[in-house]
Structure formats: C-alpha cells, structure tokens
Ligand binder design. Structure first.
Ligand code: FE2
Length: 613
C-alpha cells in the first residue's frame, strides 16, 4: 500500500504518521515529527541574474526589485543589503514533516551520468516545547536525499536523525540537554551548572562509504543511518568498530581509569575527506577523532588521531599527534599525497562561564592573541611539524596538493584584517565574534561582520615558511569545493556559494549566488536564483570524462526561496555558470538552509515505476 502512495503523482498522496505506528523499514516512531508524501503546488520560477567578471572587478549594479512587506535592511549601517531579514530568517523555520515522494516538478533534463544519490544534512528544527533555540546550529540533524533515476525522475526522502537526545526531547517535548551554541534547559544557570553533557545534534554533515551512511557532528560520535530508508540504526552513536569512545564529552584526564570513571569519550570530525583512487582500490576515507586533554591552570592540549580506511572499510593505519594549548578542534583539515594539514586557530575559552551554566561552550570562545599554527603531519607516520602563520581563522579547505617542497592549501576564512575587526567587536561587545551572523533563529544580522574569503597558503615544512595570499575576496564566500577526482591534486577551478557583491566594501551577507572561479585566469562566473533566494554548498558530480577533465560534470546546490517558502535543487554545468541551471528540481515544501553533504554514485531510491510519465 505504501508503494502505491509513494508512486502517486498528480493527486495528493496520503500522509504517513510515524506516531500512528505505520513506519517504513523500521524507522523509529517519534511523536511530533510527521512523515508525509506530498505533491507540489503551483511552481514559481525565480528571476535569475547571471554575472561574468573577475575577482577584482567592482560590484555589479544592484538589481533593484520592489521588495515590500519587510524592511530590506537589517540596520542603517547595512543599507546596501540585498536581502530581506524575514526571508533569511524563514530559511531557518522548523520543518516538522518528513517526506517520501517522487518529484514531478522538474525543469530541464537530468544528465545521463547523474544516476546516484545526493545526501544533505543540516538543522531541521529550531524550537522545542515552545522554547526557541538560541542558535540555528543547535537544531537537530535533518537528512535529505535526492535519488536520480531514469526517465528524468527524482525521488526525495528526508528524516530526522534519531539521536539519543532527539528521542528523549521529542518524548518529553522540552529541552532536556545543554547545547553547544547556547540553548540551555529552562531555569537559568542553576539548572545548567556543572553539566558537561552536550546534545549531539548530528546536524553538520553526512557521508557514505562502502554503502554505509553516517550523520556527523564535530564534537560527538557519528550516527549510522540506513542509506535506503534514512532510518537511524542501533539507537546510539557509532564507535566505528571501537575507534571512537562513547562518553559525556570529548575530553581526557590522561588517566584511562579516571576517564572511564568520569565517562569521558572522544569525537569525530564533521569533515572527513575521501581521496578518489586510480584504480578505485586506491581510494581512501581519511577521518580523524579528537579529545581535549585537560591540563592544570585551565590549559588544554588536543590529542588527534587520523585514521585511513580502504574501500572495504579496512583500517589501513592511524597517525596520532598533539596540538599544544588547544581547546577547540579545527573544523576541517586537508589531505595531500603525503601529508595531513591542520590549521590551529588561536582561540581562548572561558571555562568558568561554561561550568557555571551561564553560556554554551561556543559562546565562551574568543579569539586569542597568538599566531595561527600549521601542523604538517606525514601520512606514513613520520614526525609532525608545527609552523606558524599570521593570526587568521580558517574554516573550510577546498583542496590541498604538493608542489615541489611546498604544500598548497585553499581555504575559506577570515584573514588577519578581518580577525582584528572581530577581535575589536569582541572587546566592545563582550561576546564571541564568531557566532553573530548565523544566529538567524532570531534574525540574521551581518552588520559589521567581515567577509570570509578564499586564501592560498604555501607551506614549506623544511624551511618553516608559510606564505599566505588572497585568492578571492570580492564577496563573502564559503563552502569551496573542487572536482573530487582532483582532490589532493593541483586544480584550476573552485566552486562555492557567496553573498551578493556589496556596495559597502567588505560588508558580509548571506549566501545568495553560486560561483565558479577560474584560479588561473581570475574569471568569475556567478548565478543568482533571485533576490529572495539563498544558496547552500555546491557539490561536484563528475561527468563521463570528469576523472581526466577537471570541469566535466555538474554542481548540485540547494536553493531556498523566501517568496514561496519552498526549496529546490539546481544542477549547474561545471563548465559554464552563465547559462543558469541545466535542471531545477522543485520540492513542494521548504528544507531549512543546510550545511554539508555528499554525492554517492550508488542509487538508494525505490524502484522506478515504468508507468510513470
Ligand atoms: Fe563545515
């Protein structure tokens, strides 16, 4: 009966309620979360804007569209902002439903080579029991999946990750746990003090390896999902065959006995990397775990263990090293043919405010005065070297490769000037400078937030020299990606999402355009889905020649439309962004603005109905 509903087209399919007990493939039943099969309503096509230029050209003239209904600006200082506060906030409206349906609202023809599955993850809910979350990053993980079938058919499915905390909070219908970005139990600091257990929202990324699927968050263990149903498996986080330690916090006292008594554990990064091998048997999954090793006088070191897996999940080796005076794990890392590269941003932590229950841990972070450290770790287990570079804050690394004696890494983040501005704001406001612009549960506000830009670091581990140059700084940008076949090799093109080009130099904004950047010529091609739309990370899917021709393939990117309150997936031609999307796949509902994901060549959708149009 369910199969009939799933294949229903043109008419309204029946809703499926998890609470009613009719779950599919053993997905846990959670009161309050609804599962639905939906059909799309009337589709609206956004006005679009394409742009070709270079990194250094002035901003394109503003496309003035009467907006109405809301102030188009956050504040007087942000007078050139080109988005509506209400639209950006609506991109983070809770999605209470889970979906399972064939999409029929598709513009364009899906390329023949696109026959796998796109997985995305991001926060799906922003309140619990009437209590609004303090920050969008505290939202519970909501995994979406697009499966590309024959005959221009696409199947969509979405599920919340049933973490231990999510299940308990759904049942209680209230916030039971402290959260990293400031959401706490009601009752003030007394209700939260000395509780070091944080909710694992499993909301940051999702990756597939050897037909195993995991939802991940960087300060906890991964959750194993069924890639076909998206159901959460086992009801507890996964230790990756004992590689990770399940505990209340990713910390250590340096005593195994004490760690066990205190139930301290470890965490896995939310940014593992996959190295595409030739032949495929040479492919590697490279991931790492971390523990904060507590030291006297409020200091801490960070113990990091990098693990490499073969295609069949065989563990091929581990490399361990320590970052001195480090409270916080790097968000991302880079892998070259012979090295792992970690950038240690200098951060301080107000432990007392966290212990006393006054703030979440991320609210207790502030930028430190010291240079950024660069850790170069040989993949064969050799001695790791620590270099220094001017104080910066790097977030994501698009690619890294070796060039003679040097390692080149491409990264998004704040450079020294931007960091100095943020430090001054911290001094004036007394708040962490990292969290402001994404606190969009209440209202997005980019006032005073400097650009994150694309940087090139050239690292010579023999001489200790680290050279830093700007690659792209015309727009606020992030989530840079390259063709995965070329990861760890020299590349020419990088793809990312970015804000509109501002009239106020350096003033950031939310991501509203997709960009293709040619690092050799400086050519910039960008495409905007419209002034009320917001763009997520682009994911490269290689075409038939994509293993040898770098820009043979497509980019998949989610778009949220504030006017229709719906989301769509666009398929961009990797060789040309100026012509707009090859395909637009319209959902009948919204998906909250998400974070990261990946594409698998494997098709995990249901069988295609040959009678479908
Ligand atoms: Fe990330």
């Amino acid at each position: 009966m369910l199969a009939t509903k799933m294949h229903c087209r043109g008419g309204f399919s029946s809703r499926r309620s998890l609470a009613s007990g009719h779950s599919h493939h053993g997905t846990n039943q959670i009161p309050g979360v609804r599962a639905a099969s939906r059909v799309a309503g009337k589709r609206r096509v956004c006005p679009t804007v394409a742009f070709v230029g270079t990194n250094k050209e002035p901003a394109v003239p503003a496309v003035v569209v009467p907006l109405g209904g809301d102030t188009p600006l956050h504040t007087p200082q942000n007078v050139q902002a080109r988005f509506l506060t209400a639209d950006w906030a609506a991109a983070f409206r809770t999605q209470p439903d889970e979906f399972d349906y064939w999409i029929y609202d598709i513009e364009g023809t899906i390329p023949d080579f696109l026959r796998g599955s796109l997985f995305r993850n991001g926060p799906g809910n922003f309140e619990r029991g009437g209590q609004q979350y303090h920050h969008m990053l505290d939202g519970d993980g909501y995994v979406s999946r697009f499966c590309f079938a024959e005959h221009n058919q696409v199947h969509f499915r979405s599920r919340y990750v049933r973490t231990r905390e999510f299940v308990k909070e759904e049942e209680a219908d209230k916030v039971l746990f402290r959260n990293t970005f400031g959401t706490q139990r009601l009752g003030g600091w007394i209700a939260n003090m000395f509780d070091l257990y944080l909710k694992n929202p499993a909301n940051t990324n999702v990756f597939e390896w050897n037909s195993q699927l995991f939802a991940i968050w960087e300060a906890g263990l991964p959750y194993r999902l069924d890639p076909y149903t998206l159901g959460t498996m086992n009801g507890r986080p996964d230790t990756l065959n004992g590689t990770l330690i399940d505990g209340i916090a990713p910390s250590s006292t340096s005593s195994v006995f004490l760690d066990q008594v205190l139930k301290l554990g470890s965490a896995m990064t939310a940014h593992p990397h996959i190295i595409t091998g030739v032949p495929p048997e040479q492919s590697r999954l490279v991931t790492w775990s971390w523990r904060s090793v507590l030291k006297p006088f409020g200091d801490a070191d960070m113990a990091i263990k990098v693990t490499e897996y073969g295609p069949d999940e065989t563990k091929l080796g581990t490399t361990s090293f320590v970052m001195k005076h480090c409270f916080f794990n790097p968000h991302d890392f880079a892998v070259t043919a012979n090295h792992h590269v970690f950038f240690q941003n200098d951060l301080k932590f107000n432990m007392l405010a966290y212990l006393l229950g006054l703030k979440g841990p991320a609210q207790c972070i502030s930028f430190g005065p010291n240079p950024m450290k660069v850790h170069v770790v040989p993949r064969d287990g050799g001695t790791h070297k620590v270099l220094e570079s001017e104080s910066s804050f790097l977030i994501h690394h698009a690619n890294a490769f070796e060039d003679g004696d040097e390692i080149e890494v491409w990264s998004s983040g704040w450079g020294p000037e931007a960091l100095a501005k943020l430090k001054e704001q911290e001094r004036v406001n007394g708040e962490s400078g990292m969290l402001g612009s994404w606190k969009v549960v209440l209202a997005g506000d980019f006032t005073g937030i400097p650009f994150t830009t694309l940087w090139r670091h050239r690292i010579n581990a023999n001489t200790g020299e680290v050279k830093r140059t700007v690659m792209y700084d015309a727009q606020n940008m992030d989530h840079p990606r390259v063709n995965p076949h070329f990861y760890s090799r020299k590349t020419r093109y990088v793809y990312f999402n970015a804000s509109e080009r501002p009239s106020s130099p350096g003033e950031a904004g939310p991501p509203q355009v997709f960009v293709r950047f040619d690092t050799e010529t400086g050519e910039v091609q960008s495409w905007s889905p419209g002034q009320r739309c917001f763009c997520e990370e682009l994911i490269f899917v290689a075409g038939p020649a994509g293993a040898v021709k770098e820009d043979d393939g497509v980019l998949l990117g989610m778009v949220y439309d504030g006017e229709t309150h719906r989301s769509s997936l666009v398929v961009m031609d990797a060789t040309d962004f100026t012509k707009g999307p090859l395909v637009r796949i319209h959902l009948s509902h919204h998906i909250p603005h998400g974070l990261h994901g990946m594409y698998s060549e494997k098709y995990y959708g249901p069988p295609v109905d040959p009678y479908l149009p």
